[in-house]
Design a protein around this ligand. Structure first.
Ligand code: COA
Length: 252
């Protein structure tokens, strides 16, 4: 168990909060494991009807913990991050992202598996995988172009630039944007509305909209192999070293 993920269930709604504000909610393997377990528990519990992800503090999540990335997988078996990605991909019940601040890397890509994505006006989105010598993950190389178009997706992936909430709404990356001071109350009310809705109709609605699960799984697996190889590459090493030293990366 880790305190860095807070899980609360009330009135048929589970809220999963990133709770590591001192590290901008960067996600460790223990946090992925806690989230994978929470999503799987939710999927199999008929008494809970909606699950919402959000962040504590001023960030949604700054993505994978960079030190954890560098340390590589530990132990045998399916790494917690892979368990988590499969859990959100396969979850038959509504998933909601309440993006309260920056959503970077997997912070963005996890929202592609959420059925409703709400964000605060101050929220931002970025997928700086290539900047880090890595490649898109979580089937984002398939899902992001499908949602925002190929040209826009390449702009996001290849430059790693940061999107504002307004731009994200225009692109169709988010469902709705709320003023910062109203964000918690608005998202809580909407999540409760989803949790109170007819559960079978909700599941069917999700399944009708969210098709192509096999292709998404295949994409995730292919990305995973390339991602793992890049993690061991000198491009990743140089990118992280440059980031830590606050200098431009140089790739011979
Ligand atoms: N992994 C590990 N630690 C992280 C982190 C990450 N992804 N993101 C932030 N942190 C840590 C910082 O190292 C810093 O730790 P320290 O106080 O011990 O030095 C702390 O969180 C605060 O971060 P800081 O950069 O000082 O905050 P900021 O408000 O200036 O910037 C971000 C916030 C999120 C914009 C910035 O931290 C950032 O860009 N992080 C990296 C994001 C990233 O590349 N993620 C990987 C995506 S694949």
């Amino acid at each position: 168990m880790t305190d860095h993920i807070r899980i609360e269930t009330a009135d048929r709604l589970t809220t999963v909060s990133f709770n590591r504000p001192e590290k901008k909610n960067a996600i460790t393997q223990d946090m992925y494991q806690a989230m994978a377990d929470a999503v799987n528990d939710y999927a199999s519990d008929d008494g809970v009807r909606a699950l919402m992800f959000t962040g504590i503090g001023d960030c949604f999540t700054s993505g994978n913990d960079l030190q954890d990335f560098a340390a590589g997988p530990r132990g045998d078996g399916m790494p917690p991050v892979v368990q988590f990605l499969h859990a959100i991909k396969d979850c038959p019940k509504p998933l909601i992202a309440a993006v309260n601040g920056p959503a970077i890397g997997v912070g963005l890509t996890l929202t592609l598996h959420c059925d409703l994505v709400y964000c605060a006006t101050s929220a931002t989105f970025a997928a700086p995988f290539v900047k880090l010598g890595l490649v898109p993950e979580a089937a984002s190389s398939m899902l992001l172009p499908a949602i925002i178009g190929m040209a826009a997706a390449n702009d996001v992936f290849m430059t790693g630039r940061t999107l504002t909430s307004e731009e994200s709404l225009r692109m169709g990356l988010v469902s709705r944007v709320f003023e910062d001071d109203m964000f918690a109350a608005e998202t809580q009310a909407l999540a409760q509305l989803i949790a109170n809705a007819a559960p079978n109709a909700m599941r069917h609605s999700k399944a009708l909209v969210r098709t192509q699960n096999e292709a998404i799984t295949e994409c995730m697996n292919v990305e995973g192999e390339i991602f793992a190889a890049q993690l061991k590459s000198s491009e990743f090493g140089e990118s992280v070293a440059a980031m830590m030293a606050k200098r431009p990366a140089v790739y011979p």
